[in-house]
Design a protein around this ligand. Structure first.
Ligand code: PHE
Length: 454
């Protein structure tokens, strides 16, 4: 997307933004975080975080992007020249890079699973494991992510595919692909939901997911839910500032933010409704594997019960791979837009400049699930450190800085102008949103981050 280009249609704009938001965060990260943080209690706090922080912060990012008409760094520079606010955009680019290191690895896993679904290898019995035993899929996953070459090679393939799409100019590619594939992802998730309801312990799974135990709501749960909501909505690191700069003058920002956030939350909840009945029914709640592999075990278990598992599995992993790809592209776009705009670089050069070092870093990330697993950063493997550090610290921090900027330091009527399209649109949410960004968001994010430290 060249500087100043725009999404063509309203639907295309929503599809591309939903394409950025809906990704591995919903299907892979959300259930793992829910399981690690007390089930329904986490879901409840997550919903509060999306409504209270997610939507206003998303509006703030859209506004900065559309008012600045540029990338994450330049937009701040244009709106407040001669100040240091652009550093917030710079932190965003750094955060985007750290996210890509593990995001590309998990995207690579989805491609491997897609390939194995196509060939049928995923559903072939493994020697020494009784057919129907849940060891079949969990053993396979553990062995796969712990190995050296296959996950690394699939990661490189993912990076190259992303690079090719990004070089081709994303607008037509992402806009068109998202228009078709995102609705298809919804449809298949609904079909899987119906199948999950027929599982023997569906009721237990739903209870785990929907009936909260309030005593489990701790400061750590708040940090994780806040991090998950920002991660899932692509907030706090400049992606939506960049996308906001591609919005038209008459786009209704509030409607867009509400639609994108609700659709994103809906996908996460659908995934939970599929996964947790699966977890209970297949006895996976006590399995000795990290959250990372949950989806890659539970979904194949469910497909295995259905008519023609390979077909469903292939379809699902195609859609998951596309969801991962549209999100990876939007994460990469933050840095590429900056290089193209600031250094007047060609898109192709900027793309490979961003993606080449990523090959090395994501290889380290992949190996940290296997031979480098003893190498710890604050007690986390490199893979988990990048995941936790970005979602639970850098993204909330990015959102905090942005809301302080909008509430207190941005040009006076910028936010109001953006929310009302220069006064041409009546928007009864404008004042409450500005109030939230000025007072509630910065104070609460600070409180959540600080209390989690003690
Ligand atoms: N929101 C994406 C997901 O849920 C990930 C993402 C994070 C995309 C940050 C862009 C920016 O998978």
């Amino acid at each position: 997307m060249a500087e100043n280009s725009e999404f063509k249609s309203k639907i295309g704009l929503i599809a591309a933004t939903v394409g950025s938001a809906v990704g591995l965060g919903n299907v892979w990260r959300f259930p793992a975080e829910t399981q690690a943080n007390g089930g329904a209690a986490f879901l409840l706090v997550y919903v509060v975080c999306v409504l209270l922080f997610g939507i206003p912060v998303m509006l703030g990012e859209f506004a900065i992007g559309r008012a600045g008409r540029s990338d994450a760094i330049e937009s701040y520079r244009k709106l407040s020249p001669g100040t240091g606010w652009w550093i917030s955009g710079f932190l965003g680019i750094l955060c985007a890079y750290l996210i890509l290191t593990f995001y590309m690895v998990v995207s690579g896993w989805t491609l491997e699973y897609l390939f194995q679904s196509l060939t049928g290898e995923l559903y072939a019995p493994i020697a020494g494991v009784a057919e129907g035993s849940n060891l079949q899929f969990s053993d396979r996953m553990q062995e796969y992510i712990g190995s050296v070459w296959p996950p690394m090679i699939w990661t490189w393939i993912t990076i190259i595919i992303c690079g090719a799409v990004l070089c081709m100019g994303v607008q037509k590619g992402i806009e068109r692909a998202s228009n078709i594939l995102m609705p298809l992802l919804f449809v298949i998730l609904v079909i899987l939901c119906i199948t999950a309801m027929t599982l023997p312990k569906a009721a237990e799974g739903l209870e785990y997911f929907f009936s909260p135990d309030f005593s489990k709501i701790t400061p750590e749960v708040w940090v994780s839910a806040l991090g998950q909501s920002f991660f899932s909505l692509s907030l706090g690191m400049g992606t939506l500032i960049t996308y906001g700069s591609y919005f038209k003058k008459d786009t209704n920002l509030t409607n867009t933010a509400v639609t994108v956030s609700l659709l994103d939350m809906f996908v996460a909840i659908l995934v939970g409704v599929i996964i947790f009945p699966g977890v209970m029914s297949f006895g996976l709640e006590d399995e000795n594997f990290g959250g990372s592999s949950l989806v890659f075990v539970t979904f194949p278990e469910i497909f295995n019960m259905m008519w023609c598992p390979r077909l469903w599995s292939t379809l699902f992993f195609i859609l998951l791979a596309v969801a991962a790809l549209t999100s990876s592209i939007s994460i990469s776009e933050v840095s590429i837009a900056y290089f193209c705009g600031h250094f007047k670089m060609k898109r192709t050069t900027a793309t490979w400049l961003v993606l080449a070092p990523l090959m090395v870093l994501s290889s380290v990330s992949s190996l940290s699930n296997g031979i480098l697993s003893d190498w710890k950063i604050f007690g986390y493997t490199f893979f988990d450190a990048c995941d936790q550090f970005t979602a639970n610290l850098l993204m909330p921090l990015g959102a905090l800085i942005m809301s302080v900027y909008i509430g207190w330091f941005a040009p006076k009527h910028m936010m109001m102008d953006q929310l009302t399209n220069g006064g041409t649109l009546r928007n009864r949410f404008a004042r409450p949103v500005i109030f939230l960004l000025k007072w509630v968001t910065p104070i609460l994010i600070t409180v959540i981050l600080v209390t989690s430290l003690f």
